[in-house]
Design a protein around this ligand. Structure first.
Ligand SMILES: [Zn+2]
Ligand SMILES: [Zn+2]
Length: 126
């Protein structure tokens, strides 16, 4: 996780979850699986990257759960998207701050719209 993420943009529960052991384990399993499929690429700029260079963005938070204070991670593989911290940060600036973009949309749809706006900018600087 990047420390540059503004805490105000992330609900406390999500922030706690993203530091939980369950999430670290889920993230490791995601990368273990993804690296068997081919080279990892950033969903923003499209460049190939190693797992240590990438963060995972949630397209859907439904896999996140907490029972009796114990966090559990049940995200499906397709609910997570690899991004450089920089590209991830830009994505969050768009979907967390652009009310029009996020209103009445699922996080998945808002993410795809935001990425379609970001990709041309990120890829031309690549
Ligand atoms: Zn990137
Ligand atoms: Zn994210």
């Amino acid at each position: 996780m990047s420390n540059r993420r503004r805490p105000s943009a992330v609900p406390l529960y999500h922030a706690m979850y993203l530091h939980s052991r369950a999430w670290y384990a889920r993230r490791a399993r995601w990368f273990d699986h993804a690296t068997t499929l081919g080279p990892l690429t950033c969903a923003g700029c499209g460049r190939t990257a190693s797992r240590t260079e990438l963060e995972l963005h949630h397209l859907d938070y439904r896999g996140m759960s907490s029972t009796g204070g114990i966090m559990r991670a049940f995200e499906r593989d397709e609910d997570l998207l690899p991004l450089h911290p920089y590209c991830h940060d830009l994505l969050h600036r768009l979907i967390d701050r652009d009310q029009l973009l996020s209103r009445n949309r699922t996080r998945r749809d808002a993410t795809h719209i935001a990425l379609s706006r970001l990709r041309p900018k990120l890829q031309e600087s690549a």
